[in-house]
Design a protein around this ligand. Structure first.
Ligand SMILES: O=C(O)CCC(=O)C(=O)O
Ligand SMILES: [Fe+2]
Length: 381
């Protein structure tokens, strides 16, 4: 006897942290699989550099398709030189290979604005998963390093309180030859590319191409180095994350990842898919603030990292957003009487600050001891 039954796929609830409190997503229990080219396409960015508006509009259409679909895509021919990336990666390794004592010279506890070093297993981005195994070094926007020169005596008063870069990151790494120079060269290249790419995003949302230009003069431009050590057998058995499930906060992220793999993306069906490394590309993903601006038309996609390989993995994300003092709600082309704004205007700076603070407060609450001793291994999560 045979019976036909349609099996409903099993799902679990994934809790995500947002500045407004937890939200939940249904996730299929089927194991992660490689992404298809439709889900995370490789987009040739050459038209970004074309003088012909038609080319740029075509590119905007392609990006729009990816942005409404998974919210993740790879870019090739992006214009950032291979040697700039290689130098940054070399500096990343020279930083993380130091002794804990040397890394702690730039500990994030010295920072007012979440700059600096966070040791392994000291963050906890996803409430329902384990602590994050990764180590991180972060630095934020400083006008003196902007590739578009900014006379420091002409910074508008309303912008000043929102400048988040802090010099202790460069002072505490000055013993590493070429570090500041090569890291900032990479950061400046990411910033230049982002300012070009945001124009394409503007076109894709039927805005004037220069809509975001005046809104990104002193932008959110956070550089991060991530180092994922190998996970122990015990950690693997506990499904320990390199970096737990989260969305990024700003307009979009440029994410350079090495060839080790481990990045996973939650697709529209709630299936985890692997964003397999593609040589010569950078991953782009949409952040929460973009999703707010376009009234959910583009998705801020959940992603996470597992380093289950037997070697270290590194990545270099760059988070790009509006001027932190810029208060912005849903843009005019993304709302109508039938589609009223779902979000109140808010400054990008407040939005980021709210969530960073929430994450660090919750870590301290749940893992108080480890928070005081950042290099400590967490035994019970
Ligand atoms: O390491 C990666 O591939 C992803 C990093 C990431 O998602 C982040 O730092 O926000
Ligand atoms: Fe991320």
């Amino acid at each position: 006897m045979s019976t036909t039954m349609t099996e409903t796929p099993k799902t679990t609830k994934l809790e995500l942290r947002t500045a407004y409190g937890p939200v939940f997503r249904d996730v299929l229990s089927t194991p992660p699989r490689d992404c298809t080219p439709d889900e995370i396409p490789i987009i040739d960015l050459s038209p970004l550099y074309s003088d012909d508006l038609k080319d740029r509009v075509e590119l905007a259409k392609t990006i729009k398709v990816a942005a409404v679909n998974t919210g993740f895509f790879y870019i090739k021919n992006h214009g950032i030189k291979e040697e700039v990336i290689a130098d940054a990666k070399k500096q990343l390794l020279s930083f993380f290979k130091q002794s804990t004592e040397d890394k702690m010279k730039v500990t994030q506890s010295k920072s007012k604005y979440f700059n600096g070093y966070k040791g392994p297993r000291t963050t906890f981005i996803s409430p329902g998963e384990t602590v994050d195994v990764k180590e991180t070094l972060g630095w934020r926007y400083s006008p003196q390093y902007d590739p578009i020169p900014k006379p420091l005596d002409a910074i508008p008063e309303e912008v000043k309180p929102w400048i988040r870069g802090e010099d202790f990151v460069w002072e505490g790494t000055s013993h590493l030859p070429g570090f500041k120079d090569e890291v900032l060269t990479y950061w400046a290249s990411c910033l230049t590319l982002s300012r070009k790419l945001v124009k394409i995003f503007a076109l894709s949302l039927d805005l004037e191409e220069d809509y975001f230009d005046s809104r990104t003069t002193y932008p959110g431009a956070d550089g991060v180095f991530n180092y994922y050590p190998t996970t122990t057998e015990e950690e693997k058995a506990k499904n320990t994350v390199g970096l737990g499930s989260h969305t990024d906060l700003q307009l979009f992220t440029l994410l350079w990842q090495d060839m080790i793999g481990g990045l996973q993306v939650l697709n529209k069906d709630g299936q985890w898919i692997k964003a397999v490394p593609v040589e010569g590309t950078i991953v782009v993903n949409i952040g929460d603030f973009m999703m707010r601006l376009c009234n959910d038309k583009y998705k801020s996609t959940v992603h996470r990292v597992f380093n289950t390989s037997n070697v270290e993995r590194v990545s270099m994300p760059f988070f790009f957003g509006l001027n932190f003092n810029c208060v912005e709600g849903v843009v005019p082309t993304c709302t109508s009487p039938e589609n009223p704004p779902k979000y109140e205007p808010m400054s990008c700076g407040d939005w980021c600050q709210l969530r960073f603070k929430l994450e660090s407060d919750e870590f301290k609450k749940k893992h108080g001891i480890a928070a005081q001793a950042p290099s400590a291994l967490i035994v019970a999560a």
